[in-house]
Design a protein around this ligand. Structure first.
Ligand code: AMP
Length: 353
């Protein structure tokens, strides 16, 4: 086994939101410093040693940032290719570029999943909308290839004749069409792979969205044991195919008898926050361990947990919730409350696993 990165080393994190903040806190527990690269507001910078607050087009600043870090990771996917080129000159990036490039583009992502023999919704790149809808069938969902998140950049099409108008709402952005999957539940599985190729998979969680934004995750997911095993195998296959290092989230639809992969996120994931209360080693520590060469930790679940996001004005409930038994509060230190803004989350332990 290779030796872990020495204590006192610096981990660079591209992106300064709550995921970066929780990664920085986990890094500190393992004796590391963190340096945040974030042009905008950065709740992560409050708990980090350094913050470079410039845009991704400032390549000199990126170079200086990379030189100041021993290893670099990220908490969001849409990092420009030029920025990655600069980083690659000096400093290891985990997960690597390939994982990012696959997850940045829905067409490349879906094609990659299909190449792994994983089930996806039927999909087609849109050059001719009528042709694409013939491939996917109806109803369908049109999704921009890039920059979609929390259900943004998507539109549903119920009838052939509505295709062109629906596409127009995406402002001519390159897009794919996906056939509509009739699912009973949405689940996700969070998994990690270390530098030595070892894999640790957290239990699948069951997710409920509200207006496109994750609202709650329940563990254990109420699915048959066979599908639970499938979820673990799917995540492992993706990790190995990418020779991945770090934590990855996989979102899945549960259909009768099978799991359909919706998307992958090459980073810690909101639907993995329950691990903070349900596992000895949570997703944030697992990620830091993976990218710094530590052995992966014990991710087995010791508790049944419900994670609830505190979105916008929900944050006002934090204090009363804190008084309840079994409740862990996480606030992100964001000043301004805005509708749809993730302000924090709570993990409620329901009982032993
Ligand atoms: P996404 O941005 O791809 O995660 O999609 C956001 C949400 O839209 C998902 O969580 C699903 O609830 C729904 N959705 C996305 N793609 C499909 C699909 N092909 N069939 C049915 N529902 C979908």
């Amino acid at each position: 086994m290779t030796e872990p990165l020495v204590a006192g080393s610096t981990i660079g994190i591209l992106g300064g939101g709550q995921l970066g903040r929780m990664l920085a806190m986990a890094a500190a527990r393992l004796g590391y410093k963190t340096h945040i690269f974030e042009p905008g507001a950065a709740p992560a910078a409050d708990v980090a040693s350094a913050w470079t607050q410039v845009g991704y087009d400032d390549l000199d600043a990126l170079r200086a940032f990379a030189e100041a870090c021993d290893v670099i990771t990220f908490e969001f996917e849409n990092i420009p290719a030029d920025a990655l080129d600069v980083i690659a000159e000096t400093t290891p990036l985990y997960p690597d570029r390939r994982a990012l490039e696959i997850s940045q583009d829905r067409l490349i992502e879906k094609s990659f999943l299909r190449d792994q023999d994983l089930e996806t919704a039927p999909f087609a790149v849109i050059t001719d909308i009528a042709e694409a809808l013939k491939t996917t069938g109806l109803p369908a969902i049109l999704k921009t290839r890039r920059f979609g998140y929390d259900g943004k950049g998507q539109v549903r099409v119920m009838a052939m004749e509505d295709g062109a108008a629906a596409l127009a709402t995406l402002n001519d952005a390159p897009a794919i069409a996906e056939g509509f999957v009739t699912f009973s539940k949405e689940i996700s599985v969070i998994a990690a792979r270390g530098q030595d190729g070892s894999v640790a998979v957290f239990d699948p969680g069951e997710n409920v969205h509200d207006d496109g934004i994750l609202s709650t995750t329940h563990v254990p997911a109420q699915i048959p044991a066979a599908l639970r095993t499938d979820a673990v195998l799917i995540a492992s296959r993706i990790l190995n195919a990418l020779d991945y290092v770090g934590v990855l989230g996989v979102e899945l639809f549960v259909t009768p008898g099978s799991l359909v992969v919706n998307e992958i996120a090459p980073r810690v994931h909101n639907s993995g926050h329950w691990t903070q209360a349900g596992c000895a080693v949570d997703q944030f520590e697992q990620h830091i361990r993976a990218i710094t060469g530590w052995p992966l930790g014990d991710g087995s679940r010791h508790a049944d947990v419900v994670m609830e996001n505190l979105i916008g004005e929900d944050v006002a409930r934090a204090a009363p919730l804190a008084a309840e038994p079994g409740v862990q509060i996480h606030l992100y230190g964001k000043g301004e409350v805005r509708p749809g803004r993730k302000m924090g989350h709570v993990n409620r332990v329901i009982g032993p696993a």
